[in-house]
Design a protein around this ligand. Structure first.
Ligand SMILES: CC(C)(COP(=O)(O)OP(=O)(O)OC[C@H]1O[C@@H](n2cnc3c(N)ncnc32)[C@H](O)[C@@H]1OP(=O)(O)O)[C@@H](O)C(=O)NCCC(=O)NCCS
Length: 149
């Protein structure tokens, strides 16, 4: 398994995973447009030339926001998500981020456990942040320096 920056030829594979994993997936066009977004960094995990996972983030000044992360069903519970998130954390730290933050559905216990394992802490919630089904989004943040909260 290899992690690399997303390229144009990875967009179809990322879109397929995005569609399989989320009820309101990003469009292929939205994913492709991230290749031109100077604040965006998308990384893909590939095996045998197939995208088996990806993580997207936005880096603005010292703030890092994870936009999406997913691993294909048959490759889950095998460390791929950890490799991607670890890669993103190292990248954010190396690029002077002070923290990394994200939202997660409050029912997504697996992802919540996943983020907690990496030291993300709950910071609050956004009411009805998600659609289909309507659900609150929990905000989780990992601080790199001294914790503020
Ligand atoms: C969340 C996700 C990316 C994790 O990827 P993964 O490759 O399966 O994760 P890993 O194998 O690296 O697991 C790391 C840790 O996550 C947690 N975890 C992963 N799968 C879990 C499960 N089925 N039940 C409970 N905890 C789980 C555990 O803490 C695990 O550590 P452990 O192996 O020591 O128990 C994956 O489940 C996924 O793609 N989910 C669907 C998309 C999604 O919900 N994305 C998050 C949106 S906010």
């Amino acid at each position: 398994m290899k992690i690399t920056q997303m390229k144009k030829y990875d967009v179809d594979g990322v879109f397929d995973l995005e569609s399989q994993c989320f009820s309101t997936p990003w469009s292929k066009q939205s994913i492709a447009s991230e290749l031109k977004n100077p604040n965006a960094r998308f990384f893909v995990a590939c095996r045998d030339n197939c995208v088996i996972g990806y993580i997207g983030m936005h880096l603005i000044l010292d703030e890092c926001y994870i936009t999406n992360i997913a691993v294909s069903r048959k490759n889950r519970k095998n460390g791929v998500g950890s490799s991607l998130l670890g890669y993103a954390i190292s990248y954010a730290k190396a690029n002077s981020a002070s923290f990394i933050t994200l939202e997660v559905r409050e029912s997504n216990i697996i992802a919540i456990e996943f983020y907690k394992k990496f030291g993300f802490k709950p910071q609050g919630f956004r009411k009805n942040f998600y659609e289909n089904p309507l659900e609150n989004g929990l905000i989780f943040t990992k601080w790199f320096g001294e914790e503020v909260f």
